[in-house]
Design a binder for this molecule. Structure first.
Ligand SMILES: Nc1ncnc2c1ncn2[C@@H]1O[C@H](COP(=O)(O)OP(=O)(O)O)[C@@H](O)[C@H]1O
Ligand SMILES: [Mg+2]
Length: 254
């Protein structure tokens, strides 16, 4: 598990140029332990930028960010993206092994364990092109869990799937996550999905400020068909209606 600390974070693309675009505006939050946090907000509000800064792919303009393992070491991170990004010329199992440091017996056992957990135990020798989109995304999820990350970062992993497949994968993700000890930061534009999955929802508004930080206190496993889940989804949606139509908060770039 990981300890993630974000403090007074700002990001401006093209800082100091006439095209300066402030995308993240004074973001602060902490996440620790086996917590599932979603970052929710409309398209363009800076969600992927925030994830890219957390993962170290993108730099920030000012503020602090730290990700450590809960034993104080640098955190191991795993990633799941919108598209599974499998190498088409490698088998499913070889795609899983590709991101592993070693290919010893223990690693092979771990890869098989997570393939089993996503229901693809018999598909290790298949080519990605032989799998449906939902199955490929399950390989992407298994691959991320199989590196045993302290922090798992997921950027809209179900947004390209049909509603039925997405629902099945949300249920599977919850089950795997409940059995593993991972801190998850999950990005989505879908509030309903976020309520089903998360312990906590950080809502970003256009302009990249935190609009609300909501605790979701529902027992697990949660299922879309559960009335308590549906009631809370409606409640959170109603709260976010206040944000609808809000003009982007344009502030002077540093
Ligand atoms: N590499 C980049 N260079 C310049 N602008 C960028 C870059 N990446 C993202 N942006 C801009 O930052 C804003 C937020 O983008 P993004 O973080 O992808 O939003 P979201 O993931 O919430 O849809 C957008 O206005 C986008 O055009
Ligand atoms: Mg995005």
């Amino acid at each position: 598990m990981a300890v993630l600390t974000v403090k007074d974070l700002y990001k401006t693309f093209g800082a100091g140029t006439p095209r300066a675009n402030r995308v993240l505006d004074n973001i602060s939050f902490d996440v620790r332990g086996q917590t599932f946090v979603s970052i929710v907000g409309p398209s363009g509000c800076g969600k992927s930028t925030l994830l890219n800064i957390i993962s170290g792919v993108e730099t920030h303009t000012s503020g602090q960010i730290s990700v450590t393992s809960d034993d104080g070491k640098p955190a191991r991170m795993g990633y799941v993206f919108q598209d599974p990004r499998l190498l088409p010329w490698r088998s499913v199992r070889k795609n899983m092994l590709y991101v592993q440091d070693q290919a010893d017996d223990e690693t092979n056992r771990r890869v098989d364990k997570y393939l089993d957990m996503v229901g693809l135990g018999k598909h290790g020798d298949f080519w990605p092109g032989q799998l449906s989109g939902g199955m490929q995304q399950r390989v992407g999820i298994a691959r991320a869990f199989a590196v045993e990350p302290d922090l798992l970062i997921m950027d809209e992993p179900f947004s390209h799937l049909d509603a039925i497949t997405a629902r099945a994968l949300r249920e599977q993700l919850q089950d795997i996550w409940s059995q593993s000890k991972k801190t998850v930061v999950f990005v989505t534009h879908d509030v309903v999905e976020a309520v089903e999955l998360s312990d906590r929802i950080i809502v970003l508004q256009p302009g990249g400020k935190i609009f609300e930080d909501i605790t979701i206190d529902l027992p697990r496993p949660r299922r879309q068909t559960d009335p308590a889940v549906a009631t809370l989804q409606a409640e959170v949606l109603a709260r976010l209606e206040r944000m609808k139509g809000m003009a982007p908060q344009v502030s002077a770039a540093p």
